[in-house]
Design a protein around this ligand. Structure first.
Ligand code: EPU
Length: 420
């Protein structure tokens, strides 16, 4: 398993180009199952989760070609409607094939994802929504088996806001017979990006970007070209890195408008941020001030930035509270940050962070994707060397992070390890 070795204390300066959004790319790749025509994508990040999705689609019979952020998908000859446990267990987002498969082929068999490092994460809302659209669902031998001659439009009110749940039901509804209304829909920009592509393919969707999506099903969809939106979490991670390590960095190919809640919090911490349409300049020369953070659904502060802010608060001046309201177990980075000298205690879904004057490098272990990012940020600040083990978590969701950090002056080195 690869490790990252980081020598802290370097100021960051220069430019970083942000990649396409992982959480937009994954549902968008799965949406190619909805049409027999080719779908061409651009700005697809080079990530393990993208490779896993291409493998999943490939074994269903989708022809996939990937080069330089461009993906060509051809789902004209799909011959296998099964998402096996071996792939689903490595990537929960595999559940995103369920909606498109039932909608276009009338059946699907997808392994139940089970729990994961950040919480139980059930998929009951995906299932409930498909049942409301007339799908017959059986859960047997660890698989969700869904069948429907043709899905029917329905009014669906999800019990909670769910991002991939909204995406799955949206992809199912575009080919259903009649009108579907999804109430309490997730408003995350990644859902909007998927919807934008679906409209290009011929889907009829109103309310994009709102919590009420109204879909008029169509008989068939055609191919399309789409450029994936920038990754707001990758951008936010680099903003936090500069805020913590100090420096002056310009981020290119970003969309600052979808990062408002994160930018507000960074400004509260004393960070200087200038923004244009597709760039941001972040400057920080002082010790950050501690800021309270509470995660919530978009447009509020994202859970996917919680761990990175915890690293920032760990070295900030003052005490802060970080409240996690989306996932019940998303504090696994805390023990590792404490190994680096942070002073964080947890009480239920709240972490109390007492800012310390310095962190010191140590061996730590990445436990999930955003936890890994928080350890990288802490490592950039810590005195001496921090060695982060299990960075395959980082590779799932960050496109060449160490190269991008090295280019702005960080001392980061990948140590190749043998297979796990
Ligand atoms: N939930 C249910 N039942 C459901 C669906 C969700 O109880 O049927 C619960 C979850 O357990 C959780 C909450 O609802 O407590 C919200 O979960 P959601 O379904 O929104 O999460 P997700 O769709 O599985 C996506 C992102 C996550 C991100 C969350 C929240 C993708 C591929 N994943 O997950 O991204 O944290 O939304 O914004 O889009 C990451 O990138 O590091 C990551 C984990």
């Amino acid at each position: 398993m690869d490790k990252l070795a980081i020598v802290g204390g370097r100021r960051l300066a220069g430019e970083i180009t942000v990649s396409g959004a992982k959480n937009a790319a994954l549902p968008i790749l799965c949406s190619s199952l909805l049409t027999a025509d080719p779908v061409d994508l651009d700005n697809v990040p080079n990530l393990q989760d993208v490779r896993t999705t291409l493998k999943l689609l490939g074994q269903m019979g989708v022809r996939t070609e990937y080069a330089d952020g461009r993906v060509h998908l051809d789902a004209s000859k799909v011959d296998n409607l099964v998402a096996p446990y071996e792939l689903v267990k490595t990537m929960r987002a595999s559940i995103l094939v369920l909606g498109p498969l039932v909608a276009r082929f009338g059946e699907a068999k997808v392994s139940l994802p089970g729990g994961c490092a950040i919480g139980a994460r059930p998929v009951d809302q995906h299932i409930k929504g498909l049942q409301a659209m007339g799908a017959e669902i059986n859960i047997e031998h660890g698989f969700i088996e869904a069948r429907a001659k043709r899905l029917k439009g329905a009014r669906i009110i999800t019990d909670m806001i769910t991002v991939t749940g909204t995406e799955n039901l949206l992809m199912a509804a575009v080919l259903a017979d009649g009108e579907t209304v999804i109430e309490n829909a997730a408003r995350e920009p990644e859902v909007g990006d998927l919807a934008t592509l679906l409209v290009q393919m011929g889907a009829k969707i109103e309310g994009i970007g709102t919590d009420r999506l109204v879909i008029q099903g169509v008989e068939r969809l055609s191919g399309a070209y789409h450029k994936v939106i920038p990754d707001r979490i990758e951008a936010g991670t680099f903003l936090c890195a500069v805020a913590a390590a100090g420096g002056d960095v310009v981020l290119r190919r970003v969309r600052p408008r979808i990062l408002d809640a994160v930018i507000d919090k960074l400004r509260e911490a004393g960070v200087s941020i200038e923004e244009g349409d597709d760039w941001m300049r972040v400057r920080m020369e002082a010790r950050p001030r501690a800021v309270n953070v509470r995660t919530s659904e978009y447009p509020a502060f994202p859970t996917d930035m919680q761990a990175q802010f915890m690293a920032l608060n760990a070295i900030a001046d003052g005490t802060s509270q970080v409240v996690e309201t989306i996932f019940e177990n998303r504090f696994m980075h805390v023990q590792e940050l404490n190994r680096l000298g942070a002073n964080v205690t947890i009480d239920g879904n709240t972490a109390l962070v007492n800012g310390v004057g310095k962190l010191s490098g140590a061996k730590v272990m990445a436990t999930d994707l955003r936890a890994s990012a928080s350890l990288v940020i802490a490592g950039l600040v810590a005195e001496g060397e921090t060695l982060i083990d299990r960075i395959y978590h980082l590779d799932r969701g960050y496109d060449r992070m160490e190269a991008k950090l090295t280019a702005v002056g960080a001392e980061v080195r990948r140590i190749k390890g043998s297979a796990a």
